[in-house]
Design a protein around this ligand. Structure first.
Ligand code: LLP
Length: 431
């Protein structure tokens, strides 16, 4: 099985976090996303302990909540005493609704509107990760009107290509995010931020990409960013107290993906960090990491009901399920790999090769192609593993399909944490 929270029981049914998935599908209906919250906590703790151990006591992770932004995840982050990365007023609102301490929130995005700036300041968001000159000026102006001094970091593009999917790389010079060092613009921005009246520059941020399986690009980022911090100190006499290295560690979706040990990766990056600080003779900044995918992806599993198994003679087999790109657009968008199980009969000799197709009126609505599974028949439960990140958070209502329910599984108990959307929900904003 792809992760240790997925097993098979005596009835040949798939279990998730110790519970029979076919029974959960029966109780809650499908499509259904399961969230193993024990796993979420464990993943958060690995980062929390690793950052404190290898980067210094004050370093901590901020969960990148774009991966899955629901109340329950902010409750867990609050209990685990870590920070969050937010990218919109909507994410701030959701975190606030469960009293998440927003002083530990980093507010991202390449276009924060004046409304966003005001909303974040009013709600005590700790840090803005400022993207550009106009944004710094807007933060300074609005903070001044409110009589506050807003802490900010500046988002820097270090010029690193992490060799992941082009749509999810962000650290290269030509990017809609941040300001490059290479062109000299990053230094200009620092000068502007230091002169701005109502902002307090605390440090710098970078994010190289997502789904990275080793630490090469993180180590490159550490060296480039610390050298930048040294240059800034020499030029302006400003010592950065925070270095936020973004998120990006990968997760195993299929057997051919490598296993990744986050703790030993943190150890390697921590070593490079400490050595480089010493070599450059700079005061060690507090380090923040923003893992999203690697906190929630393997904590998620989605259950569907098979509607039909169809063979197009001479071509291929299609398994039609009662969800698809509306709850998981990642194959349609990025061609992402997924592991699929027939949860109703996991191990059986009679395997077929099939395309798992969603229910939208769209040929590209596919969850995965060339999957080898025991031949499904109508009403079998089909499980797609590692769906905790960027699935529910990217879900849509295309074809007026309602979003699935989310059920948490913790210590072998289960409960609804997000209700299934209703038809009334679909029209609630319409006149
Ligand atoms: N910090 C910043 C500033 C980011 O832009 C991101 C992701 C993260 C942290 C978290 O990265 P992670 O640890 O999750 O790799 N929708 C795409 C992923 C987009 C990631 C965007 N930024 C997908 O489904 O693969």
């Amino acid at each position: 099985m792809i992760h240790d929270n997925i097993t098979v029981n005596e009835a040949n049914h798939l279990e998730f976090a110790g519970l029979d998935t076919t029974l959960l599908a029966k109780k809650y209906g499908t499509p259904l996303m399961l969230l193993d919250t024990d796993k979420v906590r464990l993943n958060m703790q690995v980062y929390k302990n690793g950052l404190a151990k290898y980067f210094g006591e004050t370093s901590y992770p901020c969960y990148a909540s774009k991966a899955l932004s629901i109340k329950e995840i902010y409750r867990i982050a609050k209990q685990e005493n870590i920070g969050i990365d937010v990218v919109s007023s909507g994410e701030i609102f959701t975190a606030k609704s469960v009293d998440f301490p927003l002083g530990k929130a980093f507010f991202h995005g390449n276009n924060k509107t004046d409304f966003d700036v005001e909303y974040a300041i009013d709600n005590g968001v700790g840090y803005f990760v400022a993207d550009n000159v106009e944004e710094i000026n807007a933060i300074s102006k609005i903070a001044g009107e409110k009589g506050v001094n807003q802490k900010i970091l500046i988002r820097i593009t270090p010029g690193i290509d992490p060799h992941t999917n082009a749509k999810i790389t962000t650290g290269q010079v030509d990017s809609k995010f941040g300001t490059p060092i290479e062109t000299g613009q990053a230094f200009e921005l620092v000068e502007i931020a230091l002169k701005a009246k109502n902002v307090e520059l605390c440090g710098f941020h970078c994010h190289v990409g997502s789904q990275c399986f080793d630490s090469t690009s993180f180590i490159d980022a550490v060296v480039i960013m610390l050298s930048f911090i040294r240059d800034v100190k020499n030029l302006f006499g400003f010592s950065a107290s925070i270095l936020n290295l973004g998120g990006g560690y990968g997760v195993r979706y299929v057997d051919s993906d490598p296993q990744i040990d986050i703790l030993s990766n943190l150890e390697q990056v921590g070593k490079a960090f400490n050595q480089t600080c010493d070599a450059l003779n700079i005061i060690k900044p507090q380090v923040i990491l923003e893992p999203g995918r690697s906190i929630v992806a393997d904590a998620g599993l989605t259950l569907y009901t098979c509607g039909s198994f169809k063979t197009i003679e001479g071509y291929k087999n299609y398994v039609s399920i009662d969800g698809g790109m509306t709850d998981n657009p990642r194959y349609a968008l990025y061609g992402s790999n997924y592991t699929v199980y027939n949860a109703s009969k996991v191990n059986s000799d009679k395997k077929v090769t099939a395309t798992i197709a969603g229910r939208c009126c769209e040929s590209g609505d596919i969850i995965q192609e060339n999957v080898q599974i025991p031949k499904p028949t109508r009403n079998d439960i089909i499980a797609v593993a590692v769906t905790g990140a960027y699935n529910y958070s990217m879900a849509s209502n295309y074809n007026r399909i309602t979003k699935p329910a989310v059920v948490s599984v913790e210590n072998k108990t289960h409960k609804i944490i997000v209700k299934r959307e209703s038809f009334e929900d679909l029209v609630k904003n319409e006149i």
